[in-house]
Design a protein. Structure first.
Length: 181
């Protein structure tokens, strides 16, 4: 028999599962409302790059669904991929030079990343009960594991790099040809 879930749990599941598709929909609104200049893009670029750097570092330590990762940035923060995504979002908001865009990005990230975190933590507690509790509540970390480019590639971090690059290129295109919009 299927397990019944309440409306809130169902909403979390939907937002977690469809966060990428929702991101593309929000991206259309972001592009339309953005008012970038070269100065705003250059101000947002290092912020977005720092967020992507954190994501790459995290992806190079992550063995998704196989263990509770306790090395690299996971020694300091439980969800470095999502923190990195939030920093990228801040960089894109700065680059867009629009309060409306900043609000869309903030709401999108707050809803979808909260849902993803809840979903991910439920999975980790279910599959790795003791190891996850040791990590979250006792702080057991792994200082021995080294960053691996191949692990980052296995985790498909190149897709996040490409997505951030495309977003910044679209802002640059709009800054260059802003008279067309």
């Amino acid at each position: 028999m299927a397990e019944r879930v309440g409306p809130a749990a169902h909403a979390v599941e939907v937002f977690a599962r469809f966060r990428v598709a929702l991101g593309f929909m929000c991206g259309v609104a972001v592009f339309w409302l953005a008012a970038p200049t070269w100065s705003s893009i250059l101000a947002g670029l290092p912020v977005a790059a720092a967020g992507e750097g954190l994501r790459i570092w995290a992806a190079g330590h992550l063995n998704k669904s196989l263990e509770v990762t306790r090395s690299g940035p996971y020694r300091f923060v439980a969800h470095p991929l999502y923190l990195g995504s939030s920093i990228i979002g801040a960089g894109l908001a700065i680059g867009s030079r629009s309060a409306a865009v900043a609000a869309i990005i903030a709401v999108y990230l707050a809803i979808t990343l909260t849902a993803a975190i809840k979903s991910e933590e439920a999975f980790l507690r279910r599959i790795f009960t003791d190891a996850y509790e040791e990590y979250r509540h006792i702080g057991v970390v792994d200082r021995e594991r080294r960053f691996s480019v191949s692990r980052a590639m296995e985790n498909r971090e190149y897709r996040a790099v490409a997505g951030a690059a495309v977003a910044l290129l679209l802002l640059a295109w709009k800054a260059t040809y802003s008279g067309l919009f």
